[in-house]
Design a protein around this ligand. Sequence first.
Ligand code: KG4
Ligand code: ZN
Length: 403
Amino acid sequence: MSHGRISRFGNQKVPAYAGWTTDQKWWPAGQIVGMASLAGRSRRNIMGTSFIMLGIESSCDETAAAVVRADGTVLANEVASQMEIHARHGGVVPEIAARAHLDSIDRVIVAALDAAGLDLDGIDGVAATGGPGLIGGVVVGTVAAKAIASARQLPYFAVNHLEGHALSPRLTDKVDFPYLLLLVSGGHTQLLAVHGPGAYERYGTTMDDAAGEAFDKSAKIMGLGYPGGPAIEQLAITGDAKAISLPRPLKGAPHCHFSFSGLKTALATRHAACVADDSQASVESQDLANLAASLQRAIADCLADRTKRAMERFAEAHGPSTLVIAGGVAANRAIFETLSTVAQGAGFAISVPPAWLCTDNAAMIAWAALERRDQPDSLDFAPRPRWPLDPQAAPPPGRGVRS
Ligand code: KG4
Ligand code: ZN
């Protein structure tokens, strides 16, 4: 089977931890710094299924910590959301987010260890999101993980947040490589062929806004608050998706890229028209529901059209496989149903991680590290605000390209 061009990312330099080498595949106890506290701890085979990883996530507006065993058991999954703080501002404010991460990080890690019934002696490795994301938050999580790893002489893993989402279905569904991933979150909309940990082939990305951003910005225009996705999904239930005509940007394009900013602008125009028609300051509730339903339909159609194109490309190279949808927008029922139909038509199975694993969490970060636990990173790792999964991918046509 040809994998075509596969990009590898990550800091593959293996640190020289006392008594441990990649050949040994054993994590030593009792012969290194922190010996007293490690005394009595059993040796765990680094490639064994009893290996336990502490994961930390802090790249956006959730401070999260999780404890995951290599056999896929999630022993703890704690998330401290900053949503209420940012809702006041209608979106995530990076500086406020960084301070909130700093305030919560210790408490969240302790809560996760408590929930798992463990202390740091029971942890075999520490992973934290190393990027991409809001750099202040990424630094907070990275410093916390490095401090624990250094004090306890544990292997440290700098995890790409996007890889956390990309590998998350393997934590619950054991999906086999290679599979096609539609990653739809607040900051990213990408189609990727996933060949293995660190091995991605990007088929498409957004030329402007992400799908989640289209939900969030439209919700703001409609006065629905932040985050917009869940609010629009709820409102759409009573709306008519055919009531308001909205464009389907890039529908039928030969490539696999996305564009959503025009949709948001069209929504703003239609919303303004409703305000004028209703001749009052706010839009009547049925108009608002129709706007929500029409927007959700348009986003689902765009995602379906681009994903269909990507499935054709993937099937040409590898045959039909599984379509995985991950990221916060994957929690949307209408989008899932639309994509299920498209996947079925193309002979693909479909897999969506459970909602708690779709939105940002630390279990996916711990799991991504567990998938390559014989390759820890150096404590010299520098947090990365940008960190594409496939650095060699050709940029989409147009400006304002996201990685
Ligand atoms: O993956 P995620 O939790 O954080 C990022 O890494 O961005 O995704 C958050 C995004 C937000 O834009 C939010 O509006 C969207 O996911 N979202 C939804 C739904 N739940 C969350 N969008 C549509 N429908 C939903 N039910
Ligand atoms: Zn995310």
